[in-house]
Design a protein around this ligand. Structure first.
Ligand SMILES: O=C(O)c1ccccc1N[C@@H]1O[C@H](COP(=O)(O)O)[C@@H](O)[C@H]1O
Length: 211
């Protein structure tokens, strides 16, 4: 049976954008707690966004080399379903919070993908992002999808530079069952564009149906 493609819209900073993403059919929304991000949210703002969501839409908190203490503090204030680690966090660090987690890997070589899937075997998913020197993510850049091994097994998520224009080709080439997008559906940093979100989600569903 054809699986339903999983779609996460990341970098949400406003309740209205979260509501819109959910209405268009996003499975999850992401909230960036990284202090240097243009899409950073503070815990009270994040809690307001989460409380605006309808049931059955997942909430993902994104962290980059954050202290365990600060993550614990945020978890006490914001009901996050999943943690997403985008820095140099070890598997031991990621699993200490006893929550499902995603580990991002910035792909430069085919080996990067296999190693991350092996090292973070208990992750809910390994998120494949572009490698841009000096940046941890959210760059709007794609990586070379041809680096992905054929019939890649495991729970992996395609990310990095996806947008309504390239998502059809991305799914046809990679066969991804889960995708994550941020800058490709924005009107400005941290402000989502409803048309781009709707277009992206519709094209995902259409393309995945054809696989
Ligand atoms: O969005 C950010 O500012 C960010 C900062 C540091 C690490 C990750 C970040 N964003 C995440 O990166 C991926 C890919 O984003 P894009 O679609 O290429 O813009 C996604 O999970 C973002 O939420």
């Amino acid at each position: 049976m054809q699986q339903h493609i999983r779609i996460k819209i990341c970098g949400i900073t406003r309740p209205e954008d979260a509501v819109c993403a959910a209405r268009f059919g996003a499975d999850a929304v992401g909230l960036v707690f990284y202090h240097a991000s243009k899409r950073r949210v503070l815990p009270p703002q994040a809690a307001e966004i989460v409380s605006a969501l309808p049931p059955f839409v997942g909430t993902v908190g994104l962290f980059v080399n954050e202290s365990a203490e600060r993550i614990g503090d945020i978890l006490a204030q914001v009901p996050l379903d999943v943690l997403q680690f985008h820095g140099d966090e070890t598997p031991e660090f990621c699993r200490q919070f006893r929550r499902p987690y995603l580990k991002a890997v910035r792909v430069r070589h085919a080996d990067d993908v296999c190693r991350a899937l092996r090292d973070y075997a208990d992750a809910r998913g390994v998120l494949l992002d572009a490698h841009v020197a000096g940046e941890y993510g959210g760059t709007g850049q794609c990586f070379d999808w041809s680096l992905l091994p054929q019939d890649l097994a495991g729970n992996w998520i395609l990310s990095g530079g996806l947008n309504p224009h390239n998502i059809t080709a991305a799914l046809a080439q990679t066969g991804a069952a889960a995708v994550d997008v941020s800058s490709g559906v924005e009107a400005a940093a941290g402000i989502k564009c409803p048309h781009k979100m709707a277009d992206f989600i519709a094209r995902c569903r259409q393309a995945h149906h054809r696989l």
